[in-house]
Design a protein around this ligand. Structure first.
Ligand code: 9MR
Length: 409
């Protein structure tokens, strides 16, 4: 009990520290809905360094394969949508050729899979699982519990009143158990909870947190997280269970808060296998900071030697957070910096893989024409955050990573 109080005090300190220092980090909270829209912009002409090496397309037979290039270290994946799974299309060829782990961009979120209490809709994730089985790929389930894209029925009764903690706990367990059991042995890893930390430090003030709170009366208020992980583990003991969040790579205070919370839960025996770093960075990302924040999180291996991190939603915006412009000039100098940052990040990922702490790097989308960053945080923007352009040509950043893999092999 004393240890618990000490941990609570330390967590409270981390929360306070977060409030004081968390400003300025990329926030993906309160996201506007709507998938990334393809822009009419062609992302550089054929002579720009941005697309070098003879305009090779990502689906070309002679193009290299990202996941094959990095296969000795980690899986390489992408977020996608079921419309990409039409056999014979360029999109389908790109997925098969370039990636070996997949996340549905929206189709396995609570609003899609469990829109009302008695209705489950597994179709989109089933389609992805079928594809994965046929082509020997892995599937990430994203996400069981989130404050966003979560239907109201969870939190209210028929009269519109907020439900009790008992009712919400029952609904939570039923939700997690039903979905994870349905995909037992088929979905390899689940983002059990997403974005549970707030932007001003500590736990996010979500309905989950507000209603369930300190359900077991032990002094901490992350019981809904503990309940979700426990139920997921019971439903599929072999699935890897991840706690996923953003800005962990850029905000030391957020990384410390996450570390403290997960440490406390691991010590209580909650089955958390790893932390997902979404990694929505921009072209100025400081890779030394990314490294040191990851080192903080990996201290959890002192408690669970098998604890891992995953990169779950990687992209690199061509705009800093405070920049509200809609276009960016892709000068040689800019492209060089962009490519160098991607290379430095992948050097770090290789190091982590070699020490056995990372085995999966997933991009949030596979081409610049369909990225959420074309509509967020500034709508109508033309962003270029990925390795494949909106025409499906391989960008110089892609080739930099292929060169890196070859030089390290
Ligand atoms: O890319 C997703 C976008 O199409 C949705 O409109 C949005 C709704 O919140 O969610 C986006 O995906 C998010 C992911 O689920 C969690 N981390 C941040 C991602 C980008 O917003």
């Amino acid at each position: 009990m004393k240890m618990k109080q000490l941990l609570s005090a330390l967590l409270a300190f981390a929360v306070l520290f977060s409030v004081m220092t968390a400003c300025g980090n990329t926030s993906t909270d309160e996201l506007s809905s709507g998938e990334g829209t393809a822009s009419g912009e062609t992302a550089g002409d054929d002579t720009a360094t941005y697309v070098n090496r003879d305009n090779v397309y990502a689906y070309d037979e002679e193009a290299p394969s990202l996941y094959e290039a990095f296969s000795q270290w980690f899986k390489v994946g992408t977020a996608m949508n079921p419309s990409d799974l039409v056999e014979g299309t360029e999109e389908f060829e790109i997925l098969v050729k370039q990636y070996n782990i997949f996340t549905l961009e929206n189709g396995s979120k609570p609003d899609a899979m469990h829109p009302s209490e008695d209705v489950y809709n597994f179709t989109q994730l089933e389609q992805l699982v079928e594809f994965a089985n046929e082509y020997d790929k892995s599937v990430r389930g994203h996400t069981l519990v989130w404050h966003s894209q979560c239907p109201d029925w969870f939190f209210y009764d028929d009269d519109g009143n907020t439900v009790s903690a008992d009712v919400l706990v029952e609904r939570l367990i039923e939700h997690v158990t039903t979905i994870v059991s349905h995909f037992k042995g088929e979905v390899d890893v689940w983002d059990v909870v997403n974005e549970v930390l707030g932007d001003s430090g500590g736990l996010r003030d979500s309905m989950w947190y507000q209603i369930i709170g300190d359900y077991d009366g032990d002094g901490d208020s992350y019981d809904y997280i503990e309940i979700a992980f426990t139920a997921a583990h019971e439903a599929d003991p072999d699935a890897r269970l991840i706690i996923n969040d953003y800005s962990l790579e850029s905000s030391e205070s957020k990384a410390i808060t996450m570390y403290m919370m997960v440490k406390s839960m691991l010590e209580e025996g909650i089955p958390i296998d790893g932390i997902g770093l979404q990694m929505h960075v921009d072209y100025t990302v400081d890779v030394d900071t990314v490294r040191s924040n990851i080192e903080i999180l990996l201290k959890l291996r002192n408690i669970d030697p098998d604890f891992v991190i995953e990169i779950t939603e990687l992209d690199m915006s061509c705009f800093t957070w405070s920049d509200t412009s809609t276009e960016v000039e892709l000068t040689d100098e800019f492209v060089e910096q962009f490519d160098t940052k991607y290379t430095e990040l992948f050097e770090l990922f290789i190091e982590l893989a070699e020490e056995g702490t990372l085995d999966s790097v997933v991009f949030w989308g596979y081409n610049d024409g369909a990225t959420w960053l074309n509509s967020y945080p500034v709508s109508g923007r033309t962003n270029h955050p990925l390795l494949i352009d909106s025409d499906y040509k391989l960008k110089s950043a892609y080739w930099s990573l292929i060169d890196l893999a070859e030089s390290k092999s």
